[in-house]
Write a protein that binds this ligand. Structure first.
Ligand code: UGA
Length: 433
């Protein structure tokens, strides 16, 4: 194993997954967080997020003694050779990432770092951040390396352990190679670049995927109008290796904590540097249109007005396999319905409390199963692709719902089963039955 301890600062999705996975590769890892209650829970092997396989890695790392959790960045960095910054970089409100937390932590830990230590930015940070951190740090004996993550929520452990690539960028080649060496046990190509390229690879990757999704969602609309099927189109396109078959599933728009924020941030980076990049605005505009279109389908199904109309929402998270509601397309659609007076009844396997709770939600009453959410509903709209929706007993749903329309914005339901239960199916991107 690489000599030298790894400190991971921040135990959110990225930090906790990276820390636990690096420990499972045999490294000696200490994770620091500002929240003492979270640290205490993690020390007892309790993982606060839904991430397949993460609990096991945390428990194993604690038992093996090479994964530890401490309170505070200062404690975590003591004696560490590698300091991974996995800190929040939220949208600052103007599209630019807010780096205050990153700089605050760097200023705090700077004087405590050993000579020869390497600070690694893992969170998504704008181009030029490595250089800015160098200034904040004020140490010429400490290297700065960019090593962006490409983890998807819900499959983050698998993504970490079987990456498509490991990207490392720095002006200090030896430091970049040392960080790349931490991943030697993984079978993945290593891309060593400048810090700026590495920082931009992350934004470009996320924005490109968002663009791909906006593209297929616009094709879905066209398919509906001309009588084609978006799934067939995606299948036919995907055989072309230059296009690829992934990220071509049409839906109610894309969301989550990364794509919306990173697409906007890249647009702002381009603007700040005087570079015209119209595709990025088109990508986000098309996404809002995709959400509008699902809301339009619900209004149409309700007969033209949503005022006081009970609507069942099946799925609330931004995608299946996560309990994350941040920037969820399901909630974006819900907001549009709520603005027109709809009464929202929600079911999601990971949501047990009524919304709003933490974010900017429309009021949604949470139900424990899809049947009770459908009770008295005029329209049912499936918004998140939880596989369990394919197994719902639609005959029982028909006995509970008032209306006879189901809008399947993720094309999860079997059209025949929907018709057999007496519902009219409104699919997305293909002609209705
Ligand atoms: C995304 C990227 O995929 C990761 O590579 C990246 O590391 C991460 O952001 C990040 O920057 O941290 P994630 O936010 O977990 O990961 O979400 P995705 O799985 O990419 O899904 C994003 C959205 O696209 C979801 O709303 C999902 O439902 C939607 N989607 C995805 C589709 O509508 N269709 C598809 O075919 C795929």
């Amino acid at each position: 194993m690489a000599d030298g301890r790894i400190a991971v600062i921040g135990t959110g999705y990225v930090g906790l997954t990276s820390g636990a996975c690096l420990a499972s590769l045999g490294h000696d890892v200490v994770c620091g967080d500002v929240d003492p209650a979270k640290v205490e829970a993690l020390l007892q092997g309790r993982v606060p997020i839904l991430e397949v396989g993460l609990d096991d890695l945390v428990v194993k790392g604690l038992a093996d003694g090479n994964l530890n959790f401490v309170h505070g960045a200062k404690t975590a960095v003591k004696g560490a050779k590698y300091i991974f910054l996995c800190l929040p970089t939220p949208d600052g409100g103007d599209g630019r990432a807010d780096l205050r937390i990153v700089h605050q932590v760097v200023a705090e830990i700077g004087p405590l770092l050993d000579s020869g230590a390497i600070v690694v930015t893992k969170s998504t940070v704008p181009v030029g951040t490595a250089h800015e951190i160098t200034r904040t740090l004020g140490r010429d004996d400490v290297a700065i390396v960019s090593n962006p993550e490409f983890l998807q929520e819900g499959t983050a452990v698998r993504n970490f352990m079987t990456p498509d690539r490991v990207v490392v960028g720095s002006t200090d080649r030896a430091a970049a190679e040392a960080v790349a060496g931490l991943y030697d046990r993984l079978d993945a190509p290593k891309v060593i670049t400048s810090a700026e390229s590495s920082e931009l690879i992350k934004y470009a990757s996320n924005a490109f995927l968002a663009m791909k999704l906006s593209f297929i969602n616009s094709i879905a609309t066209l398919a509906e109008v001309v009588g084609a099927d978006v799934a067939e189109i995606a299948h036919g396109m995907g055989f072309d290796e230059r296009i690829g078959r992934k990220f071509l599933k049409a839906g109610p728009g894309w969301g989550g904590s990364c794509f919306p924020k990173d697409t906007k941030a890249l647009a702002t980076i381009a603007l700040d540097h005087g570079v015209s990049f119209p595709l990025l605005k088109a990508t986000t505009d098309a996404n809002e249109e995709a959400q509008d279109r699902v809301a339009d389908k619900v209004r149409d199904a309700a007969g033209g007005s949503l005022d006081g109309v009970p609507i069942a929402l099946w799925g609330l998270t931004f995608k299946a396999g996560t309990d994350d509601l941040r920037d969820s397309p399901a909630l974006e659609v819900a907001k549009r319905l709520a603005l027109e007076g709809a009464e929202l009844r929600g079911y999601d396997p990971t949501v047990s409390k009524d919304l709003p709770s933490r974010y900017d939600y429309p009021p949604i009453t949470a139900y424990p199963d899809p049947y009770s959410a459908a009770e008295g509903a005029q329209v049912i709209v499936l918004l998140t692709e939880w596989p369990e929706f394919a197994d719902v007993d639609l005959v029982e749903v028909a006995g509970r719902a008032d209306g006879r329309v189901i809008i399947d914005a993720r094309n999860v339901l079997d059209p025949q089963a929907v018709a057999d239960a007496g519902f009219r199916l409104v699919p997305l991107g293909r002609p209705a039955g």
